[in-house]
Write a new protein. Structure first.
Length: 408
């Protein structure tokens, strides 16, 4: 019977897999329809109410697609709805948030050097921020400010910058960037659930009742869809950022996150302009490259210490150190791992500890006990390729240490 840590690791992996699959499906359909909308062509022979058409070829077949700006005169018998991609992406993403950051709040969510709160309070702040984010965004869109697409986008960028900074004042750097991604993804999913799909259902109901659908419903849905399109690339960066300490564990991580939103908008502007006008703009790529280089420079500022960043409770570290197996485990780790995982690695070709994980002192080793157990004890992921020749007996020793320290 697998122990708790192994079962939880596989649960995390399984949900992460589902999340990636769902995200691919949602992003793929979103990008496709945006490109389709922008590539539509008009001609005098189109039926009444058709905004444009497009011929496409794929997989050896030809497709003829027509778009009705509001709705056709009658409902087709078979209508495909694109909604579950968005719903499943958010649900699996929230499950990941709960599995990693809520269950492991002391390790990944709370930084007591930033804000000393209990696990329930930290989780409540997390959930409340997602709900509040949608409410603020939705009200801005429905306010008079929402009538100006450009003005609204600028205001929304200011909100995102404020949230980028705000999250760093509450959570660990890793959790702050992840939450900013969840904050944005919640807005995107809620756009589908609360606005786009309900509006489409109203239009369908009006058609079935013989009424003329309200064009304002289609316009509102289109605005939210465009927002989703421009927010997609930054969300992907933020979701990946927790694997890269140079992104989340720097003094100006919130500035990096804010700049990523600008890069995402620039890249989407390039593709949208290309699909709409057939123009190949170079300046969005140039500016994106400049911003990314600037991000790299910003990340060289002093980083928050790894242990403080992860907010490992002192008593947990002491519990790992107090184990009767700790001395043997520490000697193994110092002999097999610390040549890479130290402030100044001595392994050829390494100039910085991988993932900024430092394993050259007792507290650091105790702080990363679970990761050491899973990656070097229960699996052979570390050392990579077993370059330091860790023996099966040494791996078993790490397993014994972890079990002894956590058996209570």
């Amino acid at each position: 019977m697998p122990d708790h840590a192994i079962m939880f690791e596989w649960l995390s992996f399984g949900v992460r897999w589902l999340h990636v699959v769902a995200g691919i499906a949602w992003i793929g359909s979103s990008f496709y329809f945006i490109a389709l909308d922008l590539g539509l062509r008009k001609n005098d022979k189109l039926p009444k109410g058709v905004q444009g058409e497009e011929w496409q070829v794929h997989g050896g077949g030809f497709y003829h697609i027509q778009k009705y700006m509001v709705a056709p005169n009658h409902m087709p018998e078979h209508l495909i709805w694109f909604k579950w991609e968005a719903y499943s992406t958010w649900l699996t993403g929230f499950a990941m948030l709960a599995i990693v950051y809520y269950v492991g709040a002391d390790l990944y969510l709370i930084d007591r050097n930033v804000l000393d709160v209990s696990q329930p309070v930290a989780i409540l702040l997390s959930v409340a921020s997602l709900v509040l984010g949608w409410i603020v965004y939705d009200q801005l869109c429905k306010s008079p400010l929402g009538k100006s697409d450009t003005g609204l986008m600028i205001i929304l960028f200011v909100v995102l910058v404020a949230m980028s900074w705000g999250y760093t004042q509450i959570f660990t750097g890793r959790a702050a960037l992840l939450h900013l991604g969840a904050f944005t993804a919640t807005i995107m999913s809620a756009n589908v659930f609360f606005i786009i799909i309900p509006n489409q259902k109203i239009i369908v109901a009006d058609l079935k009742a013989g009424k003329s659908p309200d064009p304002a419903l289609g316009k509102q849905s289109k605005q939210r869809s465009v927002h989703n399109n421009y927010l997609t690339l930054p969300v992907l960066f933020l979701m990946l950022s927790n694997h890269y300490p140079l992104a989340f564990a720097t003094e100006y991580n919130w500035v990096i996150a804010s700049m990523v939103f600008l890069i995402g908008v620039l890249i989407r502007h390039y593709f949208n302009t290309k699909n709409l006008k057939g123009e190949e703009l170079l300046w969005p790529w140039f500016l994106s490259a400049v911003l990314f280089i600037l991000i790299m420079w910003i990340s060289t500022n002093p980083k928050i210490a790894g242990i403080a960043e992860d907010s490992v409770a002192a008593n947990k570290a002491q519990m790992m150190i107090a184990s009767s197996h700790f001395e043997e485990a520490r000697n193994t780790i110092l002999g097999r791992c610390s040549m890479c995982h130290t402030e100044e690695p001595v392994y050829e070709g390494l100039y910085q500890a991988p993932k900024d994980v430092i394993l050259d002192n007792d507290v650091a080793i105790a702080s990363y006990a679970r990761e050491i157990y899973l990656q070097a004890g229960r699996s052979h992921a570390m050392p990579p390729g077993n370059v330091t020749f860790m023996t099966p007996e040494e791996r078993q020793l790490l397993v014994n240490w972890y079990h002894d320290a956590t058996k209570g």
